[in-house]
Ligand binder design. Structure first.
Ligand code: PEP
Length: 251
């Protein structure tokens, strides 16, 4: 049985006092709750990792980075490595988020290198894949996702069992538009079946989480789908009581 993972992606948000209030609300809200193996992950901007590492003391709450370099060290101004994230207590790191693919021109090759670097640093990469609205409307969704998966399978070989896959349809990110439970279920089941063709044992264990306008109001129904192993939450993760409800949804 796969456990559920709820990930907060704060993006370019947060500040010293917000972080303190958020951590205190979350820690209080989760205290003495049986999360049934559910893991909660907060991905703040890197500069706040150390602050949050000292504040998020509940045992089910972990830290994650929002990105890492595809290089290990050297003359790469502004970048941060997996080893550095590990030093700051990260257990997870987002890789290939659509905003990075679009704004920073991250290629699939870079995404694979980043994921491999994360694993060698002892961090689990949460690899984001997804299709645009135009691709979906043109009936290209499966081709697009299949290409993204294929690159991972080829580039990561035996490390593919150390990832979390995040299905984030681009048309649902930050738009208020969520895939229906049926739509999400269909894609997640199909994604797992694609991994089954490669290795059934890995497919069975692979956590596949959903992201795209998740809120307190739809978290429980999404989490009850057998092939949805968690949620990646952007906007709603910045509202402490809303994110807390998502963390507790369906328990
Ligand atoms: C995201 O950016 O990963 C995301 C899912 O954002 P939102 O929840 O705001 O759609």
């Amino acid at each position: 049985m796969r456990s559920k993972i709820i990930i907060a992606n704060w993006k370019l948000n947060g500040n010293w006092s917000f972080n303190e209030e958020f951590a205190s609300a979350l820690s209080k809200g989760l205290k003495e709750i049986d999360l049934k193996d559910r893991q909660i992950v907060i991905c703040p901007p890197n500069v706040y990792l150390q602050q949050l590492n000292g504040l998020l003391l509940e045992k089910s709450i972990f830290l994650g980075g929002q990105d890492l370099s595809d290089e290990l060290s050297g003359a790469y101004t502004g970048e941060i490595s997996g080893a550095m994230l590990k030093d700051f207590g990260c257990r997870y790191v987002l890789v290939g988020h659509s905003e990075r693919r679009a704004r920073h021109f991250e290629t699939t090759d870079m995404v694979v290198r980043k994921a491999v670097n994360a694993i060698s640093a002892g961090i689990t990469p949460v690899i984001c894949i997804g299709e645009t609205l135009e691709q979906r409307q043109k009936g290209l969704m499966k081709d697009v996702l299949s290409d993204q998966i294929q690159a991972l399978v080829v580039g990561m070989t035996d490390q593919i069992d150390s990832i979390v896959l995040a299905y984030e349809p681009l048309w649902a990110i930050g738009t208020g538009e969520t895939a229906t439970v049926e739509e999400a279920q269909e894609v997640h089941t199909w994604l797992r079946s694609e991994f089954e063709k490669v290795n059934p044992a890995i497919a069975e264990k692979l956590p596949i989480i959903y992201g795209g306008s998740v809120k307190a109001g739809n978290a429980a129904e999404l989490l009850q789908v057998a092939d949805i192993d968690g949620l990646l939450v952007g906007g709603a993760s910045l509202v402490p009581h809303e994110f807390l409800s998502i963390c507790l949804a369906g328990l």
